[in-house]
Design a protein around this ligand. Structure first.
Ligand code: F6R
Length: 636
């Protein structure tokens, strides 16, 4: 959830780190900090230079004059999403040892920090923050003074044996100039490498790829528990042996760095005001690439492996947030097109409820995650694997934990998603669900080759229809002005429309802070309808022909109680033929292009995302960084 970044090389580190952190700010934005080794080489190592500021990263940039106040070519930085302790200067990272000679930045959670804190306090350590991270710096400091001659990698290894939880760390020692140590366990960390060919190497560590893109395309994905030493001569990887308390250099096993194919612009705002708006516009292309990848790319054999798919008897999908909503769409599509039973579960519930899985080896578990790092989804994956259940990860971020650990992986090539609220990655996840449905239906002979081909043809026309909807933006913008002052908004729909209404409601509430609730349209009158009064906005999704009249009855019920109804529908024509104008039942109508009913959630998600975006802007909020939220939820 926090962003960490480190640089050692031949340039000034602070501006590079601040730029990198600005590309990671979607991970946390309540405070930020930097620690840089001073450039003056004296016999005594100078203490580390440290700056911290509360609030957005810009406050730190202003405070340090763009980093000019912290000169030096080796440093680490952090942008925080508070877990332990309020957002404050004291709680901001880096955390510094009492003698000022060790600095640590951390993303993740140290679960046993209370015990460690108690132990350290009993030994006379004075804590300056409420964070879990501070224990690490004190443990390192103690280990260094107990074994001053030991290699730092081995000291770090011994401290890691004391920590429980998830972490990615960047560590600086004042007495080891131009060196950064990095380590990860269950938290994302990418190592970048710049080799300018004159034996001058620069090393970079970051929580996510966007931070590295302006600097390098050459990266390593470090293994869990390995300790990485970044120097200006090269990058080394070490494994720590708990029994012998020694480290082994395992650099050879990493081979050459992986070359990223992403362009630098993939994570740039360009002429857009917000990433969320840019990413909504990128959604049709993300869907198109996902479909191409699943249908034709030989590197994605999962969707074309008929024998594997034919053996699947039932499916369990596990995810969080919007990815969970994508799974609900997937369930409806798979059950309707393939008649294969699908259960969908929230990862944080699944992992603690002692699940009973009747036929583990015939149950395909699909874990869906944009980041591939969501702590609960990763834990659910491990639980499934421990029960011998085959797993498929549908993941957007290359090299992420989920992608590395699932038995099969399908990458949704949506590209980097920077806005905290997912848009294009959600659409790509839904597209992946359809691929699974179509290939499964074919493999299980529920769909004939003709039927499958017809559906694929229809599905590949969806990105164009999504693009058409972006041109409705001015109407949605006007509508958002009307909704901006609402206190509560309801989203209703049946079947697939219910799954979509859950996503529409989540998107709106997270970026606009308006209370929004999704309801199965037929369930409303069992209680919630009491909240409908004069002017309450109700967004009704009416895209499923077989449920059309049922949903319209529910729309009429809320209308009769004064609701202001906004109807998104593919059914205008059907209604007109039946002698009914939608304007008879709804105050506002957003017509959607016709497609196969299973595919309407993809099309309808565009206006819902645009609506949420514009309501947020109309309320003068920052849709890219909603309060209290962070992208990539690496804590449970
Ligand atoms: C909502 C949103 C979140 C994520 C959820 C799962 O707009 O972005 O609900 O969908 O935190 O994240 P991933 O997909 O990274 O596992």
């Amino acid at each position: 959830m926090c962003g960490i970044m480190g640089y050692t090389g031949y340039e000034q580190a602070s501006p590079i780190i601040l730029e990198g952190l600005s590309r990671l700010e979607y991970r946390g934005y309540d405070s930020a900090g930097l620690a840089v080794q001073a450039p003056v080489k004296t016999t005594e190592p100078p203490p580390l230079q440290v700056a911290k500021a509360c609030g957005r990263l810009q406050a730190l940039i202003d405070k340090t004059r763009g980093g000019a106040d912290l000169p030096g070519s080796c440093g680490i930085g952090h942008t925080r999403w508070a877990t332990h302790g309020i957002p404050s200067k004291e709680n901001a990272h880096p955390h510094i040892s009492e003698d000022g000679c060790i600095a640590v930045v951390h993303n993740g959670i140290i679960e046993n920090h209370y015990d460690l804190r108690r132990e350290l306090i009993a030994e006379g350590v004075e804590f300056r923050s409420q964070t879990d991270t501070e224990v690490i710096v004190h443990l390192l400091s103690k280990a260094c003074s107990n074994a001053p001659e030991s290699e730092k990698a081995s000291i770090i290894g011994s401290v890691l044996t004391r920590l429980k939880g998830a972490y990615a760390l960047g560590i600086l020692f004042a007495d080891e100039p131009d060196i950064i140590y990095a380590v990860r366990r269950d938290s994302p960390l990418i190592i970048g490498c710049i080799n300018n060919g004159k034996q001058q190497i620069s090393g970079i560590m970051a929580s996510d790829i966007p931070a590295l893109l302006p600097l390098t395309r050459q990266v390593f994905y470090p293994e869990d528990g390995h300790i990485i030493k970044l120097t200006t001569q090269g990058i080394s990887f070490y494994a720590y042996n708990n029994d012998t308390h020694t480290v082994t250099n395992v650099t050879k096993s990493y081979g050459d760095p992986v070359t990223l194919t992403l362009s630098e612009n993939a994570a740039r705002l360009g002429h857009y005001k917000h990433f969320m708006r840019k990413e909504i516009e990128e959604a049709p292309q993300a869907v198109k690439r996902t479909l191409e990848s699943g249908l034709t790319d030989p590197d994605n054999p999962f969707f074309t492996d008929g024998a594997l798919l034919a053996s699947v008897q039932n499916i369990r999908m596990i995810a969080c947030g919007s990815a969970y909503h994508a799974c609900l769409v997937g369930k409806a599509a798979i059950e309707s097109l393939c008649r294969v039973p699908v259960e969908v579960e929230i990862a944080s519930e699944f992992r603690y409820r002692e699940p009973v899985i009747p036929h583990p080896s015939h149950t395909l578990t699909v874990l869906v995650s944009q980041s591939g790092e969501t702590a609960d989804t990763v834990a659910a994956l491990r639980l499934c694997k421990s029960m011998g259940i085959p797993t498929l990860g549908i993941v957007n971020v290359q090299g992420s934990t989920l992608a590395g650990e699932a038995d099969h992986v399908f990458y949704t090539p949506a590209g980097p998603e920077i806005a905290v609220a997912t848009t294009k990655a959600y659409c790509a996840q839904v597209a992946a669900m359809y691929l699974l449905a179509l290939q499964l239906g074919r493999a299980k002979k529920v769909l004939s080759a003709d039927e499958q081909e017809k559906l694929i043809r229809e599905l590949t026309s969806v990105p164009e229809k999504m693009e058409q909807l972006i041109s409705l933006e001015s109407d949605l913008c006007r509508l958002s002005q009307e909704l901006a002052s609402a206190r509560h908004i309801f989203f209703i729909g049946r079947g697939m429309d219910h799954a979509l209404s859950m996503e529409g409601s989540l998107k709106l509430k997270e970026v606009s802070y308006i209370h929004a609730e999704a309801y199965a349209a037929g369930e409303l009158k069992h209680g919630t309808i009491s909240l409908i009064q004069d002017g309450t906005p109700v967004v009704a999704l009416v895209t499923q022909p077989h449920l059309l009249h049922k949903t319209l009855s529910n729309v009429a019920e809320v209308k009769a109680r004064g609701a202001y109804v906004i109807c998104l529908t593919t059914a205008e024509n059907i209604l007109r033929e039946g002698g009914l104008a939608l304007s008879d039942v709804a105050d506002r109508v957003i017509p959607l292009p016709a497609t196969h009913p299973c595919f309407t959630p993809l099309i309808a998600s565009v206006p819902l995302q645009l609506l949420a975006y514009h309501v947020s802007v109309a309320r003068t909020l920052d849709p890219d960084k909603p309060r209290n939220l962070a992208k990539s939820v690496t804590v449970e």
